[in-house]
Design a protein around this ligand. Structure first.
Ligand code: SF4
Length: 194
């Protein structure tokens, strides 16, 4: 069993925080173990909890669409994970202590996968990984450096579904990701729209 599978087996049994009590499935994450881009979201919603997979509802469809326009997909270029691996009841934000308890799993995933670029999807990912006082509206679209990784914070796809006006700035953020990917990973990366 490789390191990622080993970690998945461990997380699947986890009862370290109260979110374990009402989950249907642990949502460990999915994508290419060799991905150079890692997208990090908040936590599982209803459909993710039911299926045990990240970003499978409407937000997931939108994320896949955005990634597709960038020339990326989950099987080749991207690995997707969340700050917490179990669904918070009623889709509430994960509590700071839940984020802190679950974070070591995400850190281990990052350490194993060694992506070049991290894309933080929304405020919880930004606060959970980088700085609890950071504001997504202030730092989105700006490259951050965290532990040597290039980090692009942007809006969560669910925010784009709620507010159409955020789609344009989010698209600008993803265009920066494509440019950085060409610079650092593959200068010949093809994307039809940017
Ligand atoms: S959210 Fe994370 S820490 Fe809490 S039970 Fe699930 S896997 Fe464990």
């Amino acid at each position: 069993m490789d390191a990622l599978e080993q970690l998945k087996a461990e997380v699947t049994e986890c009862t370290r925080c109260a979110l374990s009590q009402k989950r249907t499935n642990v949502v460990f994450g999915e994508g290419s173990p060799n991905a150079k881009i890692m997208c990090i979201g908040e936590g599982p919603g209803y459909y993710e909890d039911q299926m045990g997979r990240p970003f499978v509802g409407k937000s997931g469809e939108l994320l896949d669409k955005i990634l597709g326009v960038c020339g990326f997909n989950r099987t080749e270029h991207v690995y997707i994970a969340n700050i917490v691996k179990c669904r918070p009841p009623e889709n509430r934000d994960p509590l700071p202590e839940e984020r802190t308890t679950c974070l070591p799993y995400l850190l281990k995933q990052i350490e194993i996968i060694q992506p070049t670029i991290l894309v933080l999807l929304g405020a919880t990912a930004l606060k959970g990984l980088i700085d609890p006082s950071a504001k997504i509206t202030q730092v989105r679209g700006t490259w951050l450096i965290w532990n040597g990784y290039k980090v692009m914070p942007t809006f969560h796809p669910s925010a784009l579904l709620r507010n159409e006006q955020l789609k344009r700035p989010a698209w600008e953020d993803f265009k920066k990701v494509v440019t950085k990917y060409r610079e650092l990973v593959n200068s010949n990366h093809f994307s039809a729209h940017c």
